[in-house]
Design a protein. Structure first.
Length: 588
């Protein structure tokens, strides 16, 4: 019912000539006016019905006068200025009065109005209703709590918190829309403040940050602040002196909250290097992190990327972290316009709060996370059937770390060189399905005077593997030019795996493993990132590879030699094939 009433009102508003956004804002303002009037919050002379038949200017003056009666002004002056060419808005006011007379507005809930309006607009910032329900459900707020909701844009999270009876302190850089939504909740125990609290916290008393019982929010992702924000902070919030907004936002939440924190984060927080990793280590060390939940993509109106929820608690230390994969059919449903919605929220909350291991959830110790280079990717710890099958297959063999047996050489940043020796760059497209790499396809320049320059040139029996974009495609070098002029170097999406002990682990045997179903499955699970998958080289060094017997590896190597021979014969036959009809129908 709620999501059907709003389109009716929007149709009337658009016929008045207002554009889509201004139509929505105008409706929310009028509904706020109607609701506050019905609840007798405002003086009788300024109430909705008393001024419904008046002109625009009189109505606007009344709205201006009653803003002081609300926790935060909901009036959007720009929308009313846009109505100057319209004689009146009586059709819209009449529609509201009709709906009121029919009793359809009394139970109207417009917490998700911005999301319904923005489902087809990538420039609006709102969240799938199920996601907001989950965030509030995980926060566990009630009427005894004072809840902190910073970076509120759509009003969806704050409105749900108000409906629990909690006392809500919200912050927003664009507070008018959240204020409209909050005024429509009927609650009064809330306040909203215009600020970005990383740069300018306002919840302060006697020079100290106020402490809230819980915090729940969906901060703007991947922002960068100026370095001065962390360097000059007066409250010592920021351990990491970084401009990375994802890190500073979490640090601020920890400083402002004594209790549970539920925060939406991008994938990079789970596996990023630098400040991201330093933050993860500190969260694990202090026992702040309680749960990580991987969510489906397309839950946000402005992007299709998948996101995650971190559940933190600054008062209750935990050395066991709950990992949950909510990107499953049990908890997601496709909606209109390729959007996604979370379903079965109560069951999902129970799964997150449970301690049992399943195909969708796992209990992981802090020590195990540390052993995985403090990665918080859910896919590393929650194993589906294919991952369990892969683990069982790998368990049949003795294993070693890839970095123990092979040197892992990162590609040199040579693409920007303007001078240097001529070289051929091997790209992903140069890696054959069978046999040896035949050549590099891109001409480039390489600085021979750079440190360890020779080590970046490809040598015979080097394995090249893609670790960015399409991960896991691998090939092996046969005869290659000597390092230096006309030598081969690896492209930026390729890593070089150079055998430290070819007599113990022949590179041909590793190539066959990497191309196998087992190897590809393991590499696929190691890939991180939504838009451009990649494998972190630090994780690649730790990758477990099976160590068969010397006899088995020699058999694998001989199989590769035979494969390469067949591939060479195929190439020769292709050349012969092309020559068969070449002499017929020449142009000259």
């Amino acid at each position: 019912m709620n999501d059907k009433i709003l389109p009716q009102l929007l149709d009337v508003a658009r016929r008045l000539g207002a554009d889509s956004y201004k139509s929505l804002s105008l409706i929310l303002q009028l509904l706020c006016w109607w609701k506050l009037s019905k609840e007798q919050v405002i003086q009788e002379g300024y109430r909705f019905d008393a001024l419904a038949e008046q002109g625009l200017s009189t109505q606007l003056e009344a709205l201006r006068s009653l803003q002081s009666s609300t926790p935060f002004p909901f009036l959007d002056e720009g929308v009313w200025q846009n109505l100057r060419g319209i004689p009146d808005i009586s059709p819209l006011i009449h529609k509201i009065r009709v709906l009121d007379a029919q009793g359809l507005l009394d139970a109207l809930v417009l917490d998700d109005a911005i999301y319904w309006f923005g489902e087809s607009r990538m420039d609006s910032f709102a969240h799938a209703p199920g996601l907001c329900d989950l965030l509030i459900g995980l926060a566990g707020v009630n009427s005894n709590h004072k809840v902190y909701i910073p970076w509120e844009i759509s009003g969806q999270i704050a409105a749900r918190a108000v409906r629990t009876g909690a006392t809500v302190w919200a912050e927003s850089q664009q507070p008018t829309t959240p204020a409209q939504v909050l005024n429509l909740t009927g609650g009064s125990d809330w306040e909203i403040h215009p600020t970005d609290p990383v740069k300018a916290p306002l919840a302060i008393h006697q020079g100290k940050l106020l402490q809230f019982d819980a915090a729940v929010c969906a901060p703007p992702m991947n922002l960068n602040y100026s370095h001065e924000v962390a360097e000059n902070d007066l409250w010592g919030r920021f351990v990491e002196k970084t401009p990375a907004g994802n890190v500073l936002q979490i640090r601020h939440l920890l400083a402002q909250t004594h209790g549970r924190i539920v925060v939406l984060v991008p994938n990079s927080v789970l596996f990023g290097k630098g400040a991201d990793k330093q933050l993860r280590e500190d969260l694990i060390k202090h026992g702040y992190l309680h749960a990580v939940i991987a969510l489906p993509p397309a839950l946000l109106s402005h992007t299709n990327i998948p996101v995650n929820i971190l559940v933190l608690n600054s008062d209750n230390r935990s050395d066991i972290i709950r990992f949950v994969d909510a990107n499953t059919e049990a908890f997601r449903a496709q909606t209109a316009r390729k959007r996604c919605e979370l379903t079965n929220i109560p069951e999902l909350v129970r799964l997150i709060e449970d301690k049992a291991t399943s195909a969708m959830a796992a209990q992981v110790t802090a020590a195990e996370i540390a052993a995985n280079d403090f990665s918080l990717e859910v896919g590393r710890y929650v194993l589906d059937d294919s991952a369990l099958q892969l683990g069982a297959a790998l368990a049949r063999y003795e294993t070693r770390k890839l970095g123990d047996l092979f040197e892992i050489i990162r590609p040199r940043q040579h693409a920007t060189a303007s001078t240097g020796a001529d070289a051929m760059e091997v790209l992903a497209q140069d890696l054959p399905l069978f046999g040896y790499i035949q050549s590099g396809s891109k001409e480039t320049l390489f600085d021979l005077g750079s440190p360890k320059a020779d080590s970046y040139f490809i040598r015979s029996n080097d394995i090249l593997m893609t670790f960015k974009g399409v991960v896991g495609k691998a090939g092996i070098a046969g005869p290659v030019p000597n390092p230096g002029n006309s030598g081969w170097i690896a492209g930026q999406s390729l890593v070089v795996l150079r055998s430290r002990f070819p007599e113990i682990y022949p590179p041909e045997a590793l190539l066959i493993y990497l191309r196998s179903a087992m190897g590809q499955g393991l590499l696929s699970r190691m890939a991180v990132g939504a838009s451009i998958p990649s494998i972190q080289l630090s994780a690649l060094k730790e990758m477990a590879i099976p160590v068969p017997s010397i006899e088995e590896m020699r058999t694998m190597a001989h199989a590769f030699y035979e494969e390469a021979q067949i591939q060479m014969e195929i190439e020769q036959m292709r050349i012969r094939q092309a020559e068969l009809t070449k002499e017929f129908w020449p142009l000259q």
